[in-house]
Design a binder for this molecule. Structure first.
Ligand SMILES: [Zn+2]
Ligand SMILES: [Zn+2]
Length: 352
């Protein structure tokens, strides 16, 4: 079968590899679409793959073609999305339902074969059946939605009509975080974007107010929206030096702040910047991946429900562009040329 394989530093090749076989407890999926995650970019461009050769791809949709004997919950023909974390299900963290914190884990598309391939074989617990009404190219956005919702749940999100919520960022995770805040009842959602051309898009997904970090006084402008009190719930979905600091500045006293984005460069604070955490007595939380008990978690169940009934808006504004799998080199070139010019996911079309 054909696959996109990272064979070395900045070297991803479209090539033939062995078609995987189904063992006990596993299912085989013909991949339809696979998104390129921010975490895949350094795996190709910076050579940070766990090992070589590696087939990447953990955000995907597909159709089940084969199931092992005894597998009853999934049938050939089912439409599924991938649940990429393969935790041990045995350790203390797993037993508490903190699967993302398992230290004895595998991960589809970084430690075992991923979905940038015609077929992927997974444990039956690592596929999630979806409604056939959800178009496959949009279903590949399922996992990013669960990541956004996990951060919101970690932040113990129970907004009252008076609470002000701010989401920082306009990438895929941010667009889902905005939508989840709205679905979960937030009445005042402000979004901090950099590129002003994203304003219409974030408003469509649920932002009531939008400020641009390119404006000098954007923090003051955002604070005015809250009558100077600050935001009671803060979500940083970008994870840069600037956005983490902005999170602390925008937080109200006793705010709940969740850091969803993960920095790729060192982050430094002045004493005054750090002291904001103390002075405001913030509740600072952070999230990693998207799992909770019962496996794979409420994040997955709610995403499936809200994608099927249309409460989650899924449309082309979440997708930058499409490439077929054999153009995978060109897809990653886009990030090499200018990562910030890539708005939303790049989708690899595997078997449409
Ligand atoms: Zn990802
Ligand atoms: Zn474990």
């Amino acid at each position: 079968m054909k696959a996109a394989v990272v064979v070395g530093y900045n070297d991803i090749q479209y090539m033939d590899i062995a078609n995987p076989e189904v063992n006990a407890g596993e299912v085989k999926v013909a991949v339809s679409y696979c998104g390129i995650c921010g975490s895949d970019i350094p795996r190709v461009l910076k050579g940070t793959c766990h090992s070589f050769p590696q087939v990447l791809g953990h955000e995907f949709s597909g159709v089940v073609t084969e199931v092992a004997d005894g597998v009853a919950s999934i049938q050939p023909g089912d439409h599924v999305v991938g649940v990429p974390l393969v935790p041990c299900h045995q350790c203390e963290d797993c037993k508490k339902g903190h699967y993302s914190l398992c230290k004895h884990y595998s991960f589809v598309g970084s430690r075992q074969q991923g979905a940038m391939a015609e077929y992927v074989v997974l444990p039956v617990n690592n596929v999630y059946k979806i409604d056939k009404r959800i178009p496959m190219h949009l279903a590949a956005l399922f996992e990013p939605s669960t990541v956004a919702l996990h951060g919101i749940q970690i932040n113990n999100f129970h907004p009252t009509p008076d609470d002000h919520v701010v989401v920082i960022g306009a990438g895929t995770i941010a667009l889902f975080a905005i939508q989840w805040c709205k679905i979960l009842g937030a009445k005042h959602i402000t979004v901090v974007i950099r590129n002003k051309s994203r304003e219409g898009i974030v408003r469509k997904y649920g932002a009531h107010d939008v400020v641009s970090s390119l404006d000098n006084d954007y923090v003051e402008t955002a604070m005015t929206i809250t009558k100077g009190k600050g935001f009671t719930y803060v979500f940083d979905a970008a994870g840069t030096n600037d956005t983490i600091k902005t999170s602390f500045r925008l937080a109200a006293n006793k705010a709940k702040v969740c850091l969803i984005g993960t920095p790729t460069k060192p982050v430094a604070f002045s004493v005054k910047e750090w002291e904001l955490i103390n002075r405001k007595e913030m509740l600072l939380t952070a999230s990693w991946m998207s799992y909770s008990a019962p496996w794979p978690g409420e994040e997955w169940r709610m995403t499936a429900e809200c994608m099927a009934d249309g409460r989650l808006i899924l449309d082309e504004d979440m997708i930058h562009t499409y490439y077929s799998l054999n153009q995978v080199k060109d897809a990653f070139k886009e990030y090499e040329v200018n990562t910030s010019a890539v708005k939303g996911r790049i989708m690899l079309e595997v078997e449409a």
